[in-house]
Design a protein around this ligand. Sequence first.
Ligand code: CA
Length: 249
Amino acid sequence: MRARPHPNILRTSRPRRSGQNGPVTDKGLVLVVEDERPIADLLRLYLTRDGFGVQVEHDGAAGLAAARRMRPVACVLDIALPSLEGTEICRRLREDGDWTPVVFLTARDDEVDRVLGLELGGDDYLTKPFSPRELVARVRALLRRAAGPGDGERVRTVGPVSLDPARRSVTVAGRDLTLTPTEFDLLAHLLRRPGRVFTREELLATVWGYASPAGTRTVDVHVAQLRGKLGDAAGVIRTVRGVGYTANA
Ligand code: CA
């Protein structure tokens, strides 16, 4: 296990913007809810430097209120927080129909299934200790993806599953399916070339927009959820043992 980098060195280099929270910029506002102040400061610094506005909250309830009030373009949520866990913030936003991309900061690898799970609807995660540069890259990748695919893509049908990229809708045997943006993009990518086998690394790179051998579990968890939602049509996505996934041709 690597030693955690000591973040206090950054206490001397403050972000350019004055005040507690930076103003909204062209790139939009990122909400960071993290009670470990050195980590929060570090994220503020890196996100600000990348051109984002940053709102930092150190408490869960304040974080949820800020998410509802300020409509950030993305949320970075620590899990263990005073008053309300990060997972609960995400769950309540999803309950409101708010699908703002969420990156969780987890302390333990075994939390990953839960935070990316159906009930919580997180889009990505980083396990502490992590590199703030990596966090910024993840946020940017999620936002690129949220911007949506190009226009003019045709409807794709495989078996009972039909996906319309323009409307971002999926039906199974004519029944509408509610997918998260991440699930939709994953399915769209697989259906783009039925029969073609995609490795987990490839899916991570194209759907999530980054490459990391450590992140491939993200793919497995989302595939499992997607299959759960597809129900009887789950067989449309086939696991190719030791390689990755494919949509049945
Ligand atoms: Ca914490």
